[in-house]
Design a protein around this ligand. Structure first.
Ligand SMILES: [Zn+2]
Length: 86
């Protein structure tokens, strides 16, 4: 088992699901992320994530969505939280 597979297994053991598309979809269906408008989604994978070796994501990356209504941080459950302006 390589490092990426070990990280994915550790995430599953902790009850976390790896990847990020399901979290973006959850944020959209919950209304945390507006449906209309252009949004920029930043996905920050951890060092050692399998996506850097051409495989599927094996981490739980940080997700930030920037759009016309501000910036939203999506947690590991797909729940969006609006960031306060600085
Ligand atoms: Zn990843």
């Amino acid at each position: 088992m390589n490092r990426a597979a070990r990280r994915a297994a550790a995430a599953r053991m902790q009850g976390r699901r790896t990847g990020y598309l399901h979290r973006i979809l959850a944020a959209r269906t919950s209304g945390a992320m507006p449906i209309h408008g252009v949004h920029h989604v930043a996905v920050e994978h951890v060092r050692g994530c399998a996506i850097f070796s051409g495989q599927g994501c094996s981490c739980t990356p940080n997700l930030t969505v920037a759009g016309p209504n501000g910036v939203i941080v999506i947690d590991e459950h797909g729940i969006g939280r609006k960031m306060a302006k600085q």
